[in-house]
Design a protein around this ligand. Structure first.
Ligand code: 3SL
Length: 243
């Protein structure tokens, strides 16, 4: 298995395709997707465009859907929810399809949706993702950070490093065996530096600060947790994920 890290969807090579592509948006889209499936959501359907979300969502039975739209960190008018993992509970989400569009995370998924295997990862699901990769043994894995509008995000990179570190810890393999590019190696250094202070790192991160300005400290606390959910959202058809 060779693990490559691309910090943003824009960095993903235009040609070629990995055996497995992993979308990462720790703050907050992929943390929210895992939380929704853990709470019993039937599936998540992602959209780049809010109008497409609203029109497709409207064709679904009202008691079986949740419309979740976020732009700039805030909930979009006309949607039921924004993009907080804390919005999801069995009471609210059980058996429902989450129609979802976010600034960067769902755009990242759209960018990689043609890979033969597509999953999402977050710090909360790190060990579940490591176990998934070890079980399926894809020859090439692209870990793709969602970033923020084309720029690097600390929290997505530290999550990629945590995943790569988890694979190294489980297999005893070295960077020589596993690392597909320099960014993959650098991400492990970031993780090792911050592994006991993930919440502090979120507070320093530019998107963490944006969310704090919007009064979302509880979300930062939630998303900074490591290995708390045993769920891996897997793409079943382009743009539709379930567990
Ligand atoms: O960019 C995204 O996709 C979101 O996760 C951003 S936010 O955390 O909802 O503001």
């Amino acid at each position: 298995m060779k693990l490559f890290l691309y910090h943003t969807p824009e960095e993903v090579p235009g040609d070629g395709s990995p055996a497995c592509a992993v979308a990462i948006d720790v703050l907050r889209a992929t943390s929210t997707m895992a939380a929704a499936l853990e709470a019993g959501a039937e599936a998540i359907q992602v959209f780049s465009n809010i109008d497409d979300l609203l029109s497709t969502g409207a064709s679904w039975p009202a008691d079986k859907r949740l419309l979740a739209g976020e732009r700039g960190g805030a909930k979009v008018d006309g949607c039921d929810l924004g993009n907080s993992p804390l919005d999801h509970s069995a009471e609210r989400s059980q058996g429902k399809r989450l129609f979802m569009s976010t600034t960067n995370g769902t755009r990242c998924l759209k960018q990689i949706e043609h890979a033969p295997m597509v999953i999402t990862a977050a710090l909360t699901t790190r060990q579940a993702v490591v176990d998934f990769l070890l079980h399926h043994q894809p020859a090439t894995v692209w870990l793709v950070g969602s970033g923020w509008e084309g720029t690097y995000s600390l929290e997505d990179t530290v999550c990629a490093g945590a995943i790569i570190h988890g694979v190294i810890a489980a297999t005893g393999q070295t960077f020589k065996d596993l690392a597909g590019n320099d960014a993959a190696i650098a991400s492990v250094s970031l993780y090792l530096q911050w592994q006991d202070q993930l919440l502090d790192l979120m507070h320093y991160a530019s998107h963490g600060q944006r969310l704090l300005r919007l009064d979302n400290e509880a979300d930062l606390k939630y998303c900074a947790q490591l290995d708390v959910l045993d769920v891996v959202p897997i793409q079943q058809s382009p743009g539709v994920l379930s567990r």
